[in-house]
Write a protein that binds this ligand. Structure first.
Ligand code: UFG
Length: 326
């Protein structure tokens, strides 16, 4: 391996992927982004080579791997909406599982053996205890979480059979934006709490709906563990370096270990933005556990990962800078 690795970022035009591309470029890596722009943006890829392509296109993948030499692959390209995955499971199994297999098979064929995978807290399903550690039972309750857990299991088999080493990173609630203001969250439609709250603050939406105030939490609203996208990028880099250094396959939670309620997020957003944010109470959303908080000690110990932008105000400030620029 060269001292500055050559990295393929699949889904590098998306929210977390684009932050990763920027991070890798800053480390001096050779970066190739492969993205079909179905949910990503070409202008979010701030450098390196961009290849417009789809993971369903095996010929395009063959071409990509036969014309480049990669030390590792970081895979962000997947559909992520829990509710949609219940209504359109075929879309999720096809893209998140079958297309990921196409990528893994191209890697095996071309002997690229280091893989970082975007997984999710949704692999655990309804929490049996919190904070959730990696040993928590994996009983995903929706197709989205199932697709991610299936890929994690496939990765174990690919390691056994083909020596493909992987680290699966199970994100809790990815949030925030590039601290330098160049990148941020641009989901269409947006379903995530923090960007929606900030759109209500900026006037792009009339209000924020609070999905349920009758949960068994101190203020009755759901508690989540928000982790800054810059800290996520850092974890991916550390995981990649660990694999390139010869480490075995693993799976780690990525969260701060702090839970904030929906109401606490709205209160913090009012403080940070100085705006009055209109709130509308709505019924519970299906499938929302009351409390999801990560135990991320394994990632901290094994990767020497230390989230630095863990403060809720910092996460919201960075996201607000991006929202204000739009
Ligand atoms: N919420 C609202 N109003 C909204 C949007 C969200 O009250 O308009 C609430 C939700 O009910 C939830 C919290 O804000 O309690 C956070 O919701 P998000 O949609 O931002 O995030 P989730 O916790 O539902 O989902 C995240 C990831 C998923 C992942 C899941 C793990 O986005 O990809 O965690 O369970 F699957």
């Amino acid at each position: 391996m060269a001292s500055t690795p050559s990295v393929l970022v699949v889904g590098g035009a998306g929210y977390i992927g684009s932050h990763m591309v920027k991070y890798l470029l800053r480390q001096g890596c050779d970066v190739v982004t492969y993205d079909n722009l179905s949910t990503g943006y070409r202008d979010a890829v701030l450098g390196g080579e961009f290849v417009l392509g789809d993971l369903a296109d095996k010929a395009a993948l063959e071409d990509l791997f036969s014309t480049h030499s990669f030390d590792g692959v970081v895979h962000f390209a997947s559909f992520i909406q829990v509710g949609e995955s219940v209504k359109e499971p075929a879309k999720y199994y096809e893209n998140n599982v079958t297309n990921t297999l196409n990528l893994l098979n191209a890697m095996v064929k071309h002997e690229v053996k280091r893989f970082i995978f975007s997984s999710t807290a949704a692999v655990y399903g309804e929490p049996q205890y919190v904070p959730i550690d990696e040993a928590h039972p994996k009983q995903p309750i929706n197709p989205y979480g199932k697709t991610k857990w299936m890929v994690e299991q496939i990765l174990q088999d690919y390691d056994n059979a083909y020596g493909l080493k992987s680290i699966a990173l199970r994100y809790f609630n990815a949030a925030g934006a590039d601290p330098e203001g160049e990148l941020g969250e641009r989901h269409e439609p947006e379903t995530h709490l923090i960007p929606l709250v900030l759109q209500a603050a900026s006037g792009r939406r009339p209000h924020i709906s609070v999905f349920g105030r009758d949960y068994d939490t101190p203020d009755g609203t759901c508690i989540r563990d928000y982790i800054h996208v810059a800290d996520l990028a850092d974890a991916h880099w550390l995981a990649l370096q660990k694999l390139l250094g010869g480490s075995d396959s693993a799976a780690y939670n990525l969260g701060n270990g702090n839970g904030f309620s929906v109401q606490a997020v709205i209160n913090a957003a009012r403080e940070v933005t100085g705006r009055d944010i209109a709130v509308e109470d709505s019924p519970r959303r299906d499938g929302d556990p009351a409390r999801l908080v990560a135990n991320s000690l394994a990632a901290r110990n094994a990767l020497n990962w230390l989230p630095v932008r863990h403060d809720l105000d910092t996460i919201i400030q960075d996201a607000w800078r991006f929202e204000s620029s739009r």
